[in-house]
Ligand binder design. Structure first.
Ligand code: SF4
Length: 263
């Protein structure tokens, strides 16, 4: 079967993760572009990211917790639109929960770093490069310059803290951002900081040449397969408990005879 839709023009870290988890998921999400239902968690993530983005766009001395709180109302208007409210079924109680959780996040964030002292080279930085023949694209929450003059990739996380036994997966997306930065700027970020703002905890990892090569190699390998599967008209399903657990396409796969494991 040939696809009616064109192949996406580039590969982003999150789409690469989709493909690596299950090529069929990539087919449904990125090639066929089947809409995936919004969730409270994803809406909350966008809501909190909006507040941090606005905060970091202020001049350094103005980045106070009161300034951050002042962006809550604009975030409601910009992110939690009537359509989003309807999609995730956000009623009054749901909005109260969102505001209460955001208040805790802001309190905790200001114990993690003082944004007045942060020097950022880019906020919501859009970076597109071609590595070999693989077009990559990503949007970085922040690209900071630390006190030693080194570039640091900073990513806000609104979910729960990951299992440290799976650090390689936890840092995978940000490490691909490092590939993008090195290719685009000719300078390799030296560190990744993941800010788990709901818990007030920071996970850090240095970026090495070995990691950069491995992530670039994995992306190239995936892009070659994506092109091959696209030409074949079929991306194989690789069901597993971890991949299928939160996948939006479970019913579709089941209807096509894919043995999707129970949640
Ligand atoms: S339900 Fe499982 S097999 Fe189907 S697309 Fe999602 S991850 Fe793949």
């Amino acid at each position: 079967m040939a696809f009616e839709q064109p192949l996406p023009k580039s590969l982003s870290p999150s789409r690469l993760a989709d493909f690596q988890a299950c090529p069929r998921r990539y087919q449904h999400a990125s090639v066929e572009r089947i809409p995936q239902p919004a969730s409270y968690a994803s809406a909350k993530g966008r809501f909190v990211h909006y507040i941090f983005e606005q905060l970091m766009k202020l001049d350094g001395p103005a980045r106070t917790i009161d300034a951050a709180r002042n962006f809550v109302e604009p975030a409601l208007a910009s992110v939690i639109t009537p359509d989003v409210r309807q999609e995730i079924g956000l009623d009054e109680a749901g909005e109260a929960r969102l505001l209460a959780e955001t208040a805790v996040i802001l309190e905790r964030y200001f114990t993690m770093e003082d944004p007045r002292n942060v020097t950022s080279e880019g906020i919501e930085l859009r970076v597109g490069v071609t590595v070999g023949e693989t077009p990559l694209f990503g949007i970085l929450d922040r690209l900071d310059r630390d006190d030693d003059g080194n570039l640091v990739i900073v990513d806000y996380k609104t979910g729960s803290l990951p299992n440290r036994n799976f650090d390689s997966q936890t840092f995978a997306n940000a490490e691909l951002y490092a590939v993008l930065c090195e290719e685009k700027l000719g300078e390799r970020p030296t560190k990744i900081r993941l800010l788990y703002v709901s818990q007030g905890e920071t996970l850090e990892r240095p970026v090495s040449e070995v990691v950069i090569k491995a992530r670039a190699g994995a992306a190239t390998n995936a892009w070659e397969k994506i092109n091959r599967y696209y030409d074949d008209g079929n991306f194989p399903a690789t069901p597993s408990k971890s991949a299928c657990r939160f996948c939006s396409f479970r019913d579709l796969c089941r209807s096509q005879g894919v043995p999707v494991p129970p949640r």
